[in-house]
Design a binder for this molecule. Structure first.
Ligand code: TA6
Length: 290
């Protein structure tokens, strides 16, 4: 269902019969809302988000492509998040497991005469899961390889950042963006948050969990083709410096981003890469590990 969102920007609303929904802006192929079967909003969207190109939308799921952060010659986080994508009426084959669900296929064509195209699917699964699949194909006829880094820069909504734990990244190596991207090894237990946090965890397991005790809810990320995971919270000082982010909003969000950063992906002409992220929720009166 195509409709007008903020500032008249086109958005697609996906709905599942059991009550889950998602909103996807064509601008950035940006998911701004994801609600599960219990109609709970799982994504954080800043109250100060500016829905005005070329500014990317603050919150939801920006796609960082073809460059994560400033690790290359392009603008920070690349250009996919501030381009207008179009609805793809003849998408390439995606796994059949999504074929009977509510989904939308989008495509990014960098320019009219560009032969590179990047199809992307957002789908709702049973139980209100959110599934995203991106395909990048090198259609260069000039025979040149094409390299990129990538992240689903997902902003999750949390009840209180001080009460949140992230499981699945213990004992892994990470690059600390707050210390010149120096490499460290995570010690001990699940991650907890008490100050600014900006790390790229390397070669992570495919499953990561965000435990929110207050909401009695766990969000589970499952990823494919995306070996790294960025964890970010700006905390109070950095929050004040971000113009499209409320001063106190850092308390209610956490970015956990399925990514491919440390080893850029290189595609020879004709080669294709696929990245996939599946988000689901588990609600319980307790969280695992407690
Ligand atoms: O993913 C973490 C990060 O790269 C941080 O370093 C922080 O700057 C954030 O993304 C937001 O970037 P943005 O360009 O959207 O302001």
């Amino acid at each position: 269902e195509l409709s007008k969102g903020i500032n008249g920007l086109d958005k697609v609303i996906l709905r599942d019969a059991r009550g889950s929904s998602a909103e996807v802006y064509l601008y950035g192929a940006h998911v701004t809302s994801w609600k599960n079967d219990h109609a709970e909003e799982l994504l954080f969207l800043s109250s100060k988000a500016i829905f005005k190109p070329p500014k990317p939308i603050r919150g939801g799921i920006p796609i960082c492509f073809p460059q994560f952060s400033n690790l290359g010659p392009l603008d920070s986080h690349g250009f996919a998040r501030n381009q207008f994508w179009t609805i793809d009426d003849s998408p390439p084959p995606f796994p059949t497991s999504t074929s009977n669900k509510a989904f939308v296929d989008l495509i990014l064509k960098p320019s009219e005469d560009d032969i590179k195209i990047w199809p992307h699917r957002v789908a709702l699964g049973p139980g209100g899961d959110l599934l995203m699949t991106s395909r990048i194909r090198n259609t260069n006829i000039d025979g040149k390889p094409f390299s990129f880094t990538f992240a689903y820069h997902t902003y999750f909504s949390v009840s209180d950042i001080s009460e949140v734990r992230v499981e699945g990244l213990e004992t892994l190596d990470y690059l600390d963006n707050l210390q010149k991207r120096e490499r460290f090894t995570e010690q001990g237990d699940a991650l907890t948050f008490e100050s600014e946090f900006d790390r790229i965890y390397l070669s992570t397991p495919t499953k990561i969990a965000i435990l929110d005790h207050e909401k009695k809810r766990t969000i589970v990320l499952r990823k494919d083709g995306l070996p790294d995971a960025v964890v970010w919270n700006p905390w109070d000082k950095k929050a004040k410096a971000i113009s499209d982010f409320g001063d106190d909003e850092y308390k209610y969000m956490l970015c956990v981003e399925a990514a491919a950063i440390e080893k850029p992906i290189t595609l020879k002409p004709g080669e294709e890469w696929k990245g996939r992220l599946e988000l689901s929720t588990v609600s319980s009166s307790y969280c695992s590990g407690q």
